[in-house]
Design a binder for this molecule. Structure first.
Ligand code: ZN
Length: 169
């Protein structure tokens, strides 16, 4: 079941996608330039993931705008264990940015990193192999579908995401 933050973000992603398609903007390897132009300060970091997650990242930033909190800055946006990671710093007194970033990570596991279509988590090369979120068209040949479980663990010294692979379906 999706969390309230995931529902809110999923809805925003659909708005972003509809607006982008209406404007005739297609996604290619330069997808990040448009987002950096829109949020030059907040997105002055490395953004190293595929174009399929562009709408998701744009939606996160629109919701950060809506929060109206003190400015936060992303320090790194990347793919890790097949899902989206958005590391940030700033002030988040009630954890709404954390909830949003966690929701983006969860949603990315069902969005193809290459094209943005519905995806499954896959692993190529057997156990220990490369984990990726891909649709049938963009799956690495020979990869198998896996289930990934991610937990957010909060400790006094910080917050960690623990990802475990639950094996083949
Ligand atoms: Zn795809």
């Amino acid at each position: 079941m999706r969390s309230p933050a995931e529902n809110r973000l999923a809805y925003q992603v659909e708005l972003v996608r509809a607006k982008r398609l209406a404007a005739g903007v297609t996604l290619d390897e330069n997808w990040w330039k448009r987002l950096k132009a829109r949020w030059p300060h907040r997105l002055s970091c490395e953004m190293s993931c595929g174009p399929g997650w562009s709408d998701l990242i744009e939606a996160v930033n629109e919701l950060v705008d809506q929060e109206g909190v003190d400015p936060i800055t992303f320090s790194q946006i990347k793919e890790k264990y097949g899902s989206l990671r958005m590391y940030w710093h700033g002030i988040d007194p009630v954890g709404r940015i954390d909830a949003l970033v966690d929701a983006a990570e969860e949603i990315s596991e069902g969005v193809c990193e290459t094209c943005g279509n519905a995806s499954k988590m896959r692993q190529s090369g057997g156990p220990g192999g490369y984990v990726h979120s891909a649709c049938d068209d963009h799956a690495i040949p020979g990869s198998s579908i896996i289930r990934v479980k991610t937990e957010s663990i909060r400790t006094p010294i910080g917050r960690f995401r623990a990802t475990t692979i639950e094996g083949d379906e």
